[in-house]
Design a protein around this ligand. Structure first.
Ligand SMILES: C[S@@+](CC[C@H](N)C(=O)[O-])C[C@H]1O[C@@H](n2cnc3c(N)ncnc32)[C@H](O)[C@@H]1O
Length: 351
């Protein structure tokens, strides 16, 4: 045994445990608004933070100390003050922007809450159905994706689909499959007031949230949400654009779903797919983003598909598998778009 390797690996174990606990502590910081209270204010005393947060003093005290140890906060021992550096606030107290990183921490408690059931499924097979996760998982998915959808979808990503912006400006029909809480159709509807949008999702709680947001934003005349499956939409040849965002890998019958989408596209319509960014080869995925994504996969994406008898493609499906699904569904054109992103891959398919 190599003593240096043992020492290094022991350190890694402590680092990983600290990372896991930091993720939980960040969840608290975001959920309870502590990062927002501290953002761009410079050094603050514990009393100031407690008063501003209106939270229990002993909890705030312990959280502040933990966050100093983890390096998220800076501490001045002479002045007894805590400071959230501006660069940390930029990532943690910026909900709704495309640089907000806090949504990932939100995934941790809700996905790990099913860890015992997932462990059992290693022996028994099956998994955990989407509806058996805490509802907060839906908030987590939305917090992760919302900033990018609102800040980049209409203004940047769509530029990579030839001719689509012109069509949407004139008036087009768009379907978002697996729309979750409806962020994509609602965002695009605000950007393109002459177009019609539809979002479908099999998860009731998500669709109810989407319908509520649609009403609040006054978009009900141009945006419709439905729990109906694709094959009951009665929408053959209707759509200019179908979007499938962060959910192709979740589907229990992905090729059939893609095939149904093909039927719903106009002859010159396009399918736009967004998937998590991973490489095809495992050896090229040995980094922290893929580690996190494999965690999301085991504790959610793969497992919820296996629960329904699906293939359990998992979060880290990668480009080759994605292309195979699209080709198997009968599309003649598939291309990976050259859109820059740290976490997503983008694909275009045509009939
Ligand atoms: C990871 S979430 C993504 C939600 C949203 N598209 C986003 O990017 O934030 C995956 C979504 O796919 C939905 N879904 C899974 N299977 C589905 C199916 N067969 N039909 C419609 N929606 C489905 C789930 O209910 C869930 O809302």
């Amino acid at each position: 045994m190599n003593k240096d390797t043992l020492k290094e690996f022991t350190q890694k174990i402590f680092d990983d445990m600290a990372g896991a606990m930091s993720a939980g502590l960040c969840y608290i910081g975001i959920k309870m608004g502590l990062f927002k209270i501290m953002a761009y204010k410079g050094p603050l005393t514990q009393i100031q933070i407690t008063n501003d947060s209106k939270l229990q003093p002993r909890y705030v005290e312990e959280w502040l100390k933990a966050m100093v140890c983890s390096g998220y906060l800076h501490y001045d021992p002479l002045a007894c003050t805590y400071c959230l550096p501006d660069e940390h606030a930029y990532l943690l107290a910026s909900e709704g922007t495309d640089h907000f990183a806090g949504g990932m921490f939100y995934m941790v408690p809700s996905s790990l809450s099913v860890a015992p059931a997932v462990a059992k499924a290693f022996k028994t097979g099956g998994g955990v159905s989407f509806q058996d996760y805490p509802e907060e998982l839906v908030d987590a998915i939305d917090l992760i994706n919302r900033g990018n959808y609102e800040q980049r979808f209409a203004s940047y990503w769509l530029k990579f689909i030839p001719g689509i912006i012109e069509k949407l400006e004139k008036g087009a029909c768009v379907l978002d499959v697996g729309c979750g809480v409806g962020r994509v159709p609602l965002t695009l509807a605000r950007a393109f007031p002459n177009s019609q949008f539809m979002g479908i999702d099999s998860h009731s709680h998500s669709i109810h949230q989407a319908i509520e947001s649609c009403k609040q934003q006054g978009l009900t005349s141009r945006v419709e949400f439905s729990e109906k499956p694709l094959n009951q939409l009665d929408a053959n040849g209707k759509f200019d654009l179908i979007t499938v965002c962060d959910c192709l890998h979740d589907f229990t019958d992905p090729v059939n779903m893609l095939h149904e989408m093909k039927k719903c596209l106009k002859p010159d319509g396009v399918l736009f797919i967004i998937e998590p960014k991973v490489a095809d080869n495992l050896e090229d995925n040995c980094n922290s983003i893929a580690t996190m994504l494999y965690g999301f996969s085991i504790f959610h994406c793969m497992t919820q598909s296996l629960a329904e008898g699906g293939p359990g493609l998992g979060t880290c499906m990668g480009p080759m598998k994605t292309e195979k699904l699209v080709r198997d569904a009968g599309y003649s054109h598939f291309e990976k778009l050259n859109i820059k992103s740290k976490v997503n891959l983008f694909y275009l398919a045509k009939l």
